[in-house]
Design a protein around this ligand. Structure first.
Ligand code: UDP
Length: 260
């Protein structure tokens, strides 16, 4: 195996040096963490599913003109991405009250919000990713006002698109987290969507049953997390349907019988 230089290891992904300058390889692990990494575990097959789900969503976002770091998927667990300078802010978009919003403000989980909310958290594990205001971002120079305008515009476009994508497969997009990064064109920097979009960073509820099909299954010890991620991939059309799977298997056994 060719040894590659590891650039960074996060909780769910590893970044390696890419084949060309300005590129990286993003490797998706099965590791899962919650509550600022106080809870750790693995979800078998998660990396493969998240790689595929994130590829699907980023590719679709690019077709509607949202710039992203995604270049192409390389294999089951890796994708080629553009190297960016990560903006140290987690952008959370909420359509329905849940999680920390419900806890902090005492709003019942599942309450439809009268308007979409965008929140910003400072990316700092030691501080536990605290909620911040626009004022903090400007004051500490984490991003410029122009960059924040672009980020908020992109977050709303991503939300509108993803609400439709998931509604079409019977899933309510409750909330999700985005990360953005800077790319440089000479002296000029622009922000593009980075990281991943997968059930690790989204709340996805079945519209009929309200069943949670995301990382909350792991956070709340509900069990069936691998099956939930698979269900999302299946509904997005990313896994072979049962009949098709059998067809592939049948083809294999047919080939074997004929000695090919
Ligand atoms: N989220 C995330 N990474 C984080 C914090 C939140 O991906 O470090 C996602 C989370 O999966 C959810 C949304 O952002 O879809 C809002 O999370 P919330 O603020 O409710 O925090 P939590 O309840 O997860 O602590």
């Amino acid at each position: 195996m060719v040894r590659r230089r590891q650039i960074y290891e996060g909780k769910a992904k590893i970044l390696y040096e890419g084949p060309e300058p300005g590129t990286l390889i993003q490797y998706f692990k099965d590791d899962a963490t919650a509550f600022n990494a106080q809870k750790r575990g693995t979800i078998s097959g998660k990396g493969v599913l998240n790689n595929r789900i994130s590829e699907h969503i980023f590719t679709a976002l690019q077709t509607i003109g949202v710039p992203t770091h995604f270049i192409r998927r390389l294999n089951m667990r890796e994708q080629l991405i553009r190297q960016v300078e990560i903006v140290p802010i987690e952008v959370v978009v909420r359509n329905v009250a849940a999680g920390s919003l419900s806890k902090r403000l005492g709003i019942e989980e599942g309450t439809q919000l009268p308007r979409t909310i965008i929140e910003y958290y400072y990316k700092d594990d030691a501080l536990g990713d605290p909620l911040i205001a626009d004022e903090h971002i400007a004051c500490f120079g984490w991003a410029s006002q122009d960059e924040m305008n672009d980020i908020a515009d992109m977050a709303i476009r991503v939300n509108d698109f993803m609400c439709g994508l998931f509604a079409a497969i019977g899933i309510r997009l409750v909330d999700f987290k985005l990360e953005f990064g800077r790319v440089w064109d000479g002296d000029y920097a622009r922000v593009i969507l980075a990281d991943e979009i997968s059930p690790d960073g989204c709340r996805l509820w079945d519209m009929k049953t309200s069943e949670k099909l995301d990382k909350d299954r792991f956070r709340l010890d509900l069990g069936g997390e691998a099956e939930a991620y698979q269900e999302i991939a299946r509904r997005l059309g990313l896994l072979p349907e049962e009949g098709e799977e059998n067809a592939v298997l049948d083809l294999d056994s047919h080939r074997k019988k004929r000695g090919r």
